[in-house]
Write a protein that binds this ligand. Structure first.
Ligand code: MN
Length: 751
């Protein structure tokens, strides 16, 4: 337990405050000093009566965040002022106007950004809202990068002090960290912070694994130390005779990356060969740093034998997040492969502390000219935000991951220009990257001089020569060929415009067909065709009809089926008699799930097919086709499918953050899933009967249970039904609303 001793606390607050100034690597001006002092005084006063969950004075937190901001990210005095004030507006009586009056518009804007992010993340949120929040978070990036950097410092300190939080909070915060903040830190090139965030998350999400690996690292320390020293000795000697200024050390990799290697290669801890890496940091001037790095590389290879094809040259082509270094793997005298990283002091700063450190090399502060690498990155994010259109946020998050967190591949144009795309991109993605017009007209490509189709997946280092034809036209299938958000949004836009052109023509054609079948041209019937042929909306349907992609005879067959209800009768009988297909035991369910987990599925296809049925539909939110759903992979159980707004799902997500798969319904499947509606109104004679009639009008709906009561003239009913999809449900709800007396009909969201 934390013991409160106010005199001691005052001393400690002052100690932490003074330490702040020692962390700056440069002299700060009197004016800057005064600003920091003012911010500190305000923060101390504002948080005076609050304590953290641990019992400590609240002010420790902003002070620690300020330390991180200077020491570990390398930001300047303005950011320190903001870090000290970052929780003031949210948690205390002080307003943004107070901040603006005291510290000016720049500080106020940053504090405002930080407060808004917090507000968003503190709401009780669903996954899609979280994704939406994330989008907002990124918007703030384009205003002032310091907002996101300070936010990362804030998160880092919260992760470091997560012990005092209740378990459920720990899991929620840890899963957010692993899903959002660690990848973001990675993209910003804050490697040290990224690793620490990942390790801390693991500590709370998988405590046993974490303890196991850290114990192993501790146990093997002595042996590793002697190995490193023996390995380093001859290198040190040779570099000294060459009169090079350098430092050399051996560093154990992060727990997460070691664990990742164990899992990926399926080997025990003892067999992870690159448990640690030797790092040589050269004290070279910028003019000769590259040449010096290559020279050290040559020297090392004169001492140890290098593993073929294991030279990673990120000096010639830096990583997208700005990382520069040479990595080589060599055979040590003990018969073990050892990785050696070679970089200059400047490169090392960037690698450890990201762009902020880099800017510090150039000049103090962000307000002046930015480095081109970050510019490119920010522009990519902006472009993506602009192009993510009105698609739902979940797909946005997916796109984002796809584009930014997964690996990237480098490709060459025929003239040798370097381009980068997300791993898994196709020729078509490449074409849209070059230019939209080229994307629309590409018919194939020569990849490394071999002819390939447009859906051909590109590999790192491919040289791509595009072949275009003026007669080419995009089609819906193209959406399956591309993964980059730019290509996707351009194709979608093209399709939308194209569909608009055929709207009237398609509508006329469909009307004619239905007239001939003596089927009325009503919304309900149009919907029916739309669903039967898996079209998302009328535009898509009319377009397909206009281009004769839907045959007249198939439409005729659809309405002819009206009188043949065997299938429907069978399934409802099957369900009522307890033969619920989803309960059918799956003998090797475990294997199926394992395979699913290992494949890291992008999406889970929900279908009736029993053999694919490794999912469980729980009765808490009763998802039906058409709902936005996610799957959560539960160890030893299966995949639970929830609606994205289900509270249970949110709970599971924070618990199994890395086991969430995006799920979608297989189109046009008649699954017949349980859902419920709640009806209320004024009790009228015969009302219940009328409601049942409305339900029975749709032969595809089966009632499971009815619960009705009427008291003091008020009617309340709860009906559970088996239904195919959301549009069926919507139609039903609309029909029931027409019953005399009914005032509201609502779907029961969860129980
Ligand atoms: Mn905070």
């Amino acid at each position: 337990m934390y013991q409160i001793d106010e005199a001691l606390e005052k001393k400690e607050i002052l100690r932490r405050y003074k330490l702040l100034f020692k962390l700056f690597k440069r002299e700060i001006s009197q004016e800057e000093h005064d600003q920091i002092h003012k911010a500190f005084t305000l923060a101390v006063t504002a948080h005076e009566h609050t304590r953290r969950k641990s019992g400590e004075p609240y002010i420790y937190h902003p002070l620690e965040v300020a330390h991180i901001v200077v020491e570990e990210i390398g930001l300047g005095p303005t950011a320190v002022v903001c870090a000290l004030l970052h929780d003031v507006v949210e948690d205390t009586e002080y307003t943004l106007t107070d901040i603006e009056n005291g510290f000016g518009p720049v500080v106020a804007r940053i504090v405002d950004g930080l407060t808004k992010i917090d507000a968003i993340f503190n709401q009780n949120q669903s996954f899609s809202i979280q994704a939406e929040n994330f989008k907002k978070l990124l918007f703030s990036l384009s205003d002032d990068v310091r907002v996101i950097l300070i936010k990362l410092a804030d998160r880092l300190h919260n992760m470091r002090t997560l012990d005092s939080m209740p378990r459920d909070k720990q899991l929620k915060i840890a899963s957010e960290t692993i899903n959002i903040y660690a990848p973001l830190a990675h993209r910003l090139g804050l490697f040290t912070i990224k690793s620490e965030l990942e390790d801390l998350s693991l500590k709370y999400t998988e405590p046993e694994t974490y303890a196991f690996v850290s114990e192993k690292i501790r146990q093997s320390e002595a042996e590793r130390e002697s190995l490193i020293n023996n390995f380093i000795a001859p290198i040190r000697e040779k570099l000294e005779t060459e009169c090079m200024k350098f430092s050399i050390s051996g560093r154990v990799k992060s727990i997460c990356s070691i664990l990742g290697k164990m899992k990926k290669k399926g080997v025990p801890f003892e067999e992870v060969y690159d448990l640690f890496a030797i790092r040589i940091v050269l004290d070279s001037p910028v003019e000769t740093e590259k040449a010096d790095c290559y020279r050290v590389y040559a020297i090392i290879n004169s001492i140890y034998r290098a593993k073929p094809d294991r030279l990673r040259d990120w000096i010639a082509i830096p990583k997208p997040n700005g990382y520069e270094a040479l990595h080589t793997t060599v055979m040590s005298n003990t018969g073990k492969w050892i990785e050696v990283q070679i970089r200059s002091k400047r490169m090392d700063e960037i690698a450890e502390r990201g762009y902020a450190a880099h800017w510090r090399y150039k000049n103090e502060g962000f307000d002046t000219e930015m480095e081109s690498g970050l510019d490119i990155w920010l522009n990519k994010i902006k472009e993506m935000l602009e192009h993510s259109a009105s698609d739902n946020s979940l797909s946005f998050l997916n796109d984002f991951r796809q584009n930014f967190f997964n690996g990237e591949i480098y490709l060459y144009t025929p003239t040798g220009e370097l381009k980068s795309l997300p791993a898994g991109s196709s020729v078509l993605d490449f074409a849209f990257l070059i230019h939209s017009e080229i994307g629309f007209t590409v018919i194939g490509a020569k990849v490394n001089h071999k002819l390939v189709p447009i859906n051909h997946k590109l590999k790192n280092g491919d040289q791509v020569e595009l072949i275009c034809s003026k007669t080419q036209k995009p089609n819906e299938e193209w959406l399956d060929y591309v993964i980059s958000s730019r290509a996707k949004s351009r194709i979608r836009q093209w399709l939308r415009e194209e569909q608009a052109k055929y709207y009237d023509q398609g509508m006329e054609a469909l009307k004619k067909m239905l007239d001939e079948l003596h089927v009325p041209f009503t919304d309900a019937n149009i919907n029916r065709v739309q669903e039967a042929f898996s079209r998302k909306n009328k535009s898509e349907l009319f377009y397909a009809v206009a281009l004769e992609k839907i045959a007249e005879k198939d439409i005729a067959a659809l309405f002819k089926d009206d009188n043949e209800k065997h299938d429907n009768w069978f399934w409802s009988w099957f369900r009522r008699s307890g033969g619920n297909d989803k309960d059918k035991p799956e003998t090797n369910l475990q294997d199926a799930i394992q395979a699913q987990v290992e494949n890291k599925p992008e999406s889970l296809l929900l279908a009736k097919d029993v053999h694919n049925l490794n999912y469980i539909i729980p009765e808490c939110c009763n998802p039906i086709p058409g709902d936005d759903v996610i799957g959560v992979i539960l160890p030893n159980k299966g995949i639970e499918v929830h609606r994205t707004n289900c509270p249970k799902a949110i709970e599971l997500m924070s618990q199994y953050g890395n086991r969430i798969v995006k799920a979608k319904w297989k189109k046009n499947e008649k699954i017949g899933l349980l859902t419920g509606i709640k009806i209320s109104g004024i009790d009228e004679p015969g009302m219940a009967l009328q409601i049942l009639d409305k339900i029975n009008q749709d032969s595809q709906i089966n009632i499971r249970s009815i619960n009705m009561k009427a008291a003091e003239g008020v009617y309340e009913g709860q009906i559970m039904l088996y239904i195919n999809n959301t549009s069926h449900l919507k139609e039903l709800i609309d029909r029931i609303k027409t019953v005399n007396g009914v005032e509201s009909v609502k779907r029961i969201d969860h129980r």
